[in-house]
Ligand binder design. Structure first.
Ligand code: IMP
Length: 176
């Protein structure tokens, strides 16, 4: 069983996630109707959120991926971000929606916004499932937000602890 023997507290249930993602999808559908929506998802953490979100968006879009890596240990990043995997297609002139699992310090998002804006998209917005405002080191604009959470290391629904626990169907917190 996933998470066997670990004490994991449920913070956001699968039902609450489904309900909120449906709302976000409806909002995005309204906002991007008739636009040239290019969804750019940040691997790996966003893959579960992305899969549900795109199916809640009822307008044409493309999906592409990038990945970042930042040096650090399992739960703390050093803030030095680099691109580990780049997009496969140009975003020039397109309406880009950057999809992340979580904005924590904001350093990854700041780096990505700077990087992507040099490619001249028509518009560039941020959509994140989770936001930990208490950890902010740099302010980044968040246009679409699923949930605001406290300063706790969360796992599940795509988010990992040492690359594991991404397949939990809820957002949880390891206790103890
Ligand atoms: P930031 O650059 O500090 O905003 O962190 C962004 C990245 O750190 C996210 O995309 C996650 O991969 C990772 N991260 C930050 N907080 C958590 C957490 O609570 N659980 C799992 N991963 C996290």
């Amino acid at each position: 069983m996933v998470g066997e023997g670990q004490n994991i507290e449920v913070l956001i249930s699968a039902e609450a996630l489904a309900e909120r993602i449906a709302e976000m999808g409806a909002e995005l559908t309204r906002d991007y109707a008739g636009k040239d929506l290019a969804i750019v998802a940040v691997l790996k953490g966003s893959f579960v959120f992305l899969a549900d979100l795109v199916r809640a968006i009822d307008t044409d879009c493309t999906v592409d991926f990038l990945a970042t890596s930042s040096y650090g240990n399992e739960t703390e990043s050093t803030g030095i971000v680099r691109l580990a995997l780049d997009l496969t297609a140009s975003i020039e002139g397109r309406d880009v929606l950057l999809v992340e699992d979580i904005v924590d310090t904001g350093l990854t998002m700041k780096y990505l916004l700077e990087n992507l804006s040099t490619r001249h998209p028509a518009s560039l917005r941020v959509c994140t499932l989770l936001h930990k405002p208490s950890r902010t080191q740099v302010e980044v604009p968040i246009d679409y937000k699923g949930f605001t959470i406290d300063d706790r290391f969360v796992i599940g629904f795509g988010l990992d602890f040492s690359q594991k626990l991404r397949n939990l169907p809820y957002i949880g917190h390891k206790v103890g």
